[in-house]
Each structure stands twice: as C-alpha cells, then as structure tokens.
Design a protein around this ligand. Structure first.
Ligand code: FES
Ligand code: FE2
Length: 345
C-alpha cells in the first residue's frame, strides 16, 4: 500500500528533478554522431543524443505515438522510430508519407527536449530550471570546469537499482564515517584522512588526503602517463544537489554517480560511470589495466554501499529518532537543509 507520505516524497522528488540542473554527461562520452546515453528518473527516461555534433537532450519518446526510441542504456544508432519510421536528424523531424497527416498535427510533431547548458565540457539539463546554472553551481563552477578539461572518455557504466529511498543512497555517499566498516577491503585501503568540507548553497566538496604511503607512491609513479590540466593529489568528492556526485582519486579518473528516484517509492536508480583522465598518446594502452582496476574497485564499493543502504529501515529517513549526525556527517546536514530550502518555495 502506498500512503500519503510516500506520495508527498514522490511529488517532492519530481520538483527536484524538474526545477534543478543535473550533470548528465561529459562531452567526450558521446564523440560521434548517433552516440546516445539513456538514464531513468521517476518513471521517465532522459536521453542525450549526438545529432551531427550537437548534443540534444529529450524524453526518448517518439512524438507520433509515444514509442521509445532507445531501449539500451547507451550505444550508437540513428534516431529513428521502429514503429512508423519517423526520424530526427540535423535538427529536424523526417516523417515518411507526410501527406497522410494533417498539417496542424505535423506542426506539433517535435521532440520534447529539455533545457541544456554547459559548464565547460560537462552537459547539464533540466526540464524547467528555477535558476541559471552558474547560480546553482556557485563557487563550484570553476572547479567543475577544470575537472571537465581533465576528462577524455568513459570506460565503465554500472547501473543498478538500490531497494531504498534515493535520499538514503545519497546520504550514504555523502559521509566517510562508514568507510572502515563497509569498505574494509576496498575504499578503506586508501586510509583517507579527516579532510576538509567546503560548502556552497547547492553543492558540497570533500577533499581528503590519502594515508597509505605505498598507495601514494604507486599513484605518483603513473603521473607521467597522464596529460592532466589540473590535479588534486588526494581524494575529492563533489556533491551537486540534488542527485549527483563526482569523485576522484588523484584526478586520474572520475566516478560520476546518479542517485535518481525511481517511479516506485523506496527505490533508487543508481548509476556510476567511470570517466577517464586524459592520457598521453603513447600511454593509453599502458593505462588500460589501471582504468579496468579502478572500474572493478568502484563496482565493489557500490555493491557494498547498496547492501548497507538496503539494511536501513524504510521509514528511518523521515524519522527524527534517527537524525543523529557525527562531525564526519556534516555534508548530510547540508544536504538536508538544501532539501528544506528547495521544497519551501
Ligand atoms: S510511434 Fe514513432 S513513428 Fe509512429
Ligand atoms: Fe560507501
């Protein structure tokens, strides 16, 4: 049974999706015409499609009778509907047997696109944003732009549903307090320090040093293989309200994570994509093993996160009894106040 509380939480999630900007992808993930990427949020889909070099973001629905264009999460294909052959290319709909449709209907036959904006090479989209992208990103704008210049492609896409509220999954990603307990063989190996949190109205950033000196030595030894624009020699985790995290060790690769609410209450469409740091031309092959190992490690970390998130009681997220936060959980406090502010207007 779905109670009124859940309906409210779902309605709130719709507002957050519709009224805020979301970092959907990096330009280098869709380099060729026909490349696409499909994400799911709240029972709808959002597709980024490379139309002859222009990135278009739309709802994946054919404007004729609502057939989904794409069913895979990513790939390369023409934007052509398999039902009656309508297609979109070079910015226009192409409709077979045009004369069989009323002129007025054809005038309305356009893709349902979202608004887009760029922060350097990061593409953001929003159905009806309440503020400019620069205002939402605030002081994090320049850092993100610098990060975007480090990235040269994608090497992994890991999508899995978490059987928990999206806020539970996100709050878990916002605090390092659980790392030694939940990730003893994976993330905890970095021996992350206390680090420093930085806050803007709609973003938060955690910078932490690594404590594992053998690991630091190993990471420094591959630096010459990369062609990075900027580097942070530590662990950096950027949170973008409401649904997105971007984290990195030594700026060699970035894990772009989405915690999208699902249509079904108490479920999260989680995905993480590994975005590669730019490498020197001669070292791409040498680094393949490094990127594969990073992807493998990230998958293990997220499986561990999923297991612990699914152990949290469904009602706990909205119960004052369970709102005790340690200092290391300061970013959760910031997230909760963002939520309040966002939903108060
Ligand atoms: S539904 Fe797509 S062409 Fe008819
Ligand atoms: Fe975790």
């Amino acid at each position: 049974m779905i109670d009124a509380h859940y309906l409210t939480a779902q309605a709130q999630a719709h507002r957050l999706r519709d009224e805020f900007w979301h970092l959907l992808c990096h330009r280098s993930e869709l380099p060729a015409s026909g490349d696409y990427l499909k994400l799911d949020w709240l029972g709808q889909e959002v597709v980024v499609f490379n139309d002859h070099g222009e990135l278009v973001v739309f709802d994946n629905l054919c404007p004729h009778r609502g057939t989904r264009f794409f069913t895979d999460s990513h790939g390369n294909a023409p934007l052509t509907c398999p039902y009656h052959g309508w297609s979109y290319r070079a910015g226009a709909m192409h409709i077979p047997c045009r004369e069989r449709y009323a002129q007025a209907d054809l005038a309305r036959a356009t893709l349902h696109t979202l608004q887009i904006d760029w922060c350097a090479d990061f593409l953001f989209a929003a159905p009806a944003p309440r503020m400019a992208l620069e205002d939402q990103l605030g002081g994090t704008y320049n850092l993100l732009a610098d990060v975007s210049f480090n990235i040269a492609g994608r090497s992994d896409l890991n999508a899995r549903d978490f059987a928990c509220d999206w806020r539970v999954a996100l709050e878990n990603a916002l605090e390092p307090l659980h790392v030694p307990f939940v990730h003893p063989e994976s993330l905890a190996q970095l021996q992350l320090g206390d680090g420093v949190n930085t806050f803007t109205p709609w973003t938060s950033i955690w910078h932490a040093e690594l404590g594992n000196s053998a690991m630091i030595k190993k990471l420094r030894s591959v630096k010459r293989l990369f062609a990075l624009d900027s580097q942070y020699e530590g662990y950096q985790s950027v949170y973008l309200f409401p649904f997105t995290m971007l984290s990195s060790t030594f700026s060699y690769s970035y894990s772009l994570q989405h915690f999208f609410p699902a249509a079904q209450p108490g479920r999260t469409h989680f995905s993480s994509r590994l975005l590669n740091g730019a490498t020197r031309p001669a070292s791409a092959a040498a680094l393949q093993g490094f990127f594969d190992a990073s992807a493998h490690m990230n998958r293990q970390v997220f499986a561990e996160d999923q297991a612990i998130c699914e152990r949290i009681a469904p009602g706990a997220i909205d119960d004052e009894r369970f709102a005790t936060l340690a200092l290391d959980e300061e970013k959760i406090g910031h997230f909760r106040s963002c939520l309040q502010t966002a939903l108060a207007v």
